[in-house]
Design a protein around this ligand. Structure first.
Ligand code: GLC
Ligand code: MG
Length: 262
């Protein structure tokens, strides 16, 4: 069986942000998928309905799987709104997550605002901290509370604004690992692509990926922590053009313009 590389890409501000570049990248990804060379997994904080709307409205490429709600939900094709996420993944996560307990970590944090109900599920507690007097300090406080609680919860902090409390066993990276293991996919290299904190777990899990030029500081920090085996590529271009640049760097996309010449 042919071994596919797997592109695990975030959507917002990684694929989206430059419509023309996304259209060009989506065409190239579609060709690779049709030739049986690439699996595409979209891994996002969005709800599945927002991903599906994006296929038409935003030109987001149709993938082989969707990881939604920051890695707490997994969807396989056919993608239709109202479809339930993969039960095996949900059941695995439910074992160690209690929403009422998770909410208690947020008690008394000044300026904290809960995100809308549709982004607060039985496996994900999400709020905004950009209204806090010092968002970084507030996030650090919550992180400390969760760390002291002993291990089955995790904090994901993104873009100086979004804070999620999730099962420690979840997150984008772990969800993709589950997908690969449980579907028995013959995967070659996994290449992550992202712009913000909720993408971090993909880089940590797979050690390889593209950070777009518009990335948040929390992902830029990967440059300092580069482990010996890590292959993190910091693109010069933002958004989909950055993803495309990274895929050329890794040789997934070939380019007549010979990247090495520039
Ligand atoms: C997306 C989700 C939101 C989450 C954020 C960061 O914006 O909709 O709930 O807090 O990603 O993970
Ligand atoms: Mg993003």
């Amino acid at each position: 069986m042919h071994v596919h590389d797997l592109l695990a890409s975030d959507i917002d501000n990684t694929l989206t942000g430059d419509e023309t570049a996304l259209r060009a990248l989506a065409d190239e990804i579609r060709d690779l998928r049709e030739r049986g060379e690439l699996w595409l997994v979209l891994s996002t904080g969005r709800r599945i309905e927002q991903v599906i709307e994006g296929f038409e409205a935003e030109g987001i490429p149709v993938p082989d799987a969707v990881i939604g709600q920051v890695g707490t939900e997994i969807f396989l094709p056919p993608f239709r709104s109202g479809r339930e996420p993969l039960e095996a993944w949900a059941a695995h996560l439910h074992e160690q997550f209690d929403r009422a307990t998770a909410i208690r970590f947020l008690e008394g944090v000044d300026g904290l605002v809960m995100q809308p109900d549709e982004f607060n599920t039985q496996l994900k507690v999400s709020c905004f901290l950009d209204g806090a007097p010092d968002p970084e300090a507030a996030a650090t406080e919550i992180r400390g509370r969760v760390a002291r609680s002993g291990g089955t919860y995790q904090v994901v902090w993104s873009s100086g604004k979004h804070l999620d409390i999730l099962p420690a066993a979840s997150g984008k990276g772990r969800a993709i690992r589950f997908l690969i293991d449980n579907l028995g996919l013959e995967v070659g290299r996994v290449i992550a692509a992202g712009d913000s904190g909720n993408d971090r777990s993909m880089f940590d899990e797979f050690g390889r990926g593209v950070i777009v030029a518009n990335a948040q500081p929390e992902l830029r920090a990967l440059a300092e922590g580069q482990s010996e085996h890590a292959e993190f590529y910091f693109a010069r271009a933002p958004y989909a053009a950055g993803v495309s640049e990274g895929l050329r760097h890794f040789g997934v996309l070939r380019d007549d313009r010979a990247e090495s010449a520039s």
